[in-house]
Write a protein that binds this ligand. Structure first.
Ligand code: HMG
Ligand code: MG
Length: 303
């Protein structure tokens, strides 16, 4: 039943990261044609944005080493799908395939910058600067992720001011949207509200923020509600709740897109996703991965 709550946005953009964040942690290589079909099915199910892959070093993320082949298989359809690019080499590869949306991914902490990017926290900005400048000059749209916003497995608590400072520096480089990542899923609702408020107090537009929750402690949906109340209208999620980060100890699945869509529908918030088609897609993918989806909504539909 749909029962709208007061003071929430009318419409939300679900930013699907399953083909990238969902698959990047899978140890068994998923065939490229299965990835292409997954992306097509997600688009058909009404997802407005589907992040396709990463142009990172293939040794760092072997599962996504087929980024070129995937873009070739997707053809024109692939050009409008965002892809991750950490550096100029990644941008060159994305440009060769006509990609129009790229995402850089920064870290709020020193340790994760080293582990994920082989750079210090400060050095990451020097790596991103030419990427954003050249991408913007070429007319591309640039998103910036910030990881470890709500806690870091090596450093523990991460001061909100530190996250705001990293986010501000990425926006200052010219990124259009900032996605705040709870990479290891430790955040809770009050922390989310305080984080969004701190960005707003520092002069950044809440409209430029997206929230990216992993569901390690089962808090992702509660955190989405805190984000909605704070005025955020873009949420990242992964079909079937797949996901994790190969360079973050204890990072587990992303918030499942099905769970997010169920919550939004119940609140009367438009999102445009056909939940039945999406559940069918996650169930189909689970047969390829050899294990059931961890999403409660996928399990409920299947049962
Ligand atoms: P590096 O080893 O410091 O790279 O890695 P380098 O600049 O020293 O270059 C070394 C060699 O790699 C060179 O080749 C380069 O050409 C090559 P050589 O001259 O030795 O033959 N190289 C590349 N090849 C292909 N594509 C490239 C590329 N770059 C360099 N793009 C680097 C630095 C950033 C490349 C590496 O650390 C890397 O690839 N990291 C990616 C890690 C990753 O993908 N993590 C997961 C995504 S982040 C995430 O999941 C979090 C998120 O979901 C949000 C959240 O949950 O918080 C987004
Ligand atoms: Mg992630």
């Amino acid at each position: 039943m749909t029962v709208p709550a007061e003071g929430l946005p009318e419409r939300v953009t679900i930013y699907e990261v399953g083909p990238r964040d969902g698959l990047q942690n899978e140890s068994e290589l998923v065939p490229t044609d299965v990835k292409a079909e997954l992306i097509r099915r997600l688009l058909t199910a009404g997802l407005p944005v589907v992040e396709a892959t990463s142009f990172v070093h293939p040794r760092w993320v072997p599962q996504l080493a087929d980024a070129e082949d995937l873009m070739r298989l997707l053809g024109d359809e692939g050009r409008d799908l965002p892809v991750l690019v950490p550096n100029e080499r990644g941008l060159d590869r994305a440009l060769e395939h006509g990609c129009r949306h790229v995402a850089i991914f920064g870290s709020a902490t020193e340790t994760f910058a080293q582990k994920n990017l082989n750079r210090s926290l400060d050095e990451q900005f020097a790596m991103f600067e030419p990427v954003v400048r050249r991408a913007r000059d070429a007319g591309l749209d640039v998103r910036a992720y910030v990881s470890m916003c709500f806690g870091d497995p090596w450093e523990g608590a991460v001061p909100i001011e530190q996250v705001v400072s990293v986010g501000q520096r990425l926006l200052d480089l010219g990124a259009g949207q900032l996605s705040l990542g709870d990479t290891i899923g430790v955040g809770t609702a009050g922390h989310v509200a305080a984080m969004v408020d701190a960005f707003a107090a520092a002069g950044m537009r809440v409209d430029d923020l997206a929230l990216h929750f992993h569901d390690t402690y089962g808090q992702a949906l509660s955190n989405v509600q805190a984000g909605l109340r704070a005025g955020v209208t873009t949420f990242d999620s992964s079909a079937g709740g797949l996901g994790g980060c190969p360079y973050a100890k204890s990072a587990t699945g992303n918030l499942a897109t099905e769970d997010l869509a169920w919550l939004l529908s119940g609140l009367g918030i438009e999102h445009g996703v056909d939940l039945t088609a999406l559940v069918e897609t996650s169930t189909w993918l689970a047969t390829h991965l050899g294990r059931p989806s961890p999403s409660a909504v996928v399990r409920a539909f299947a049962g």
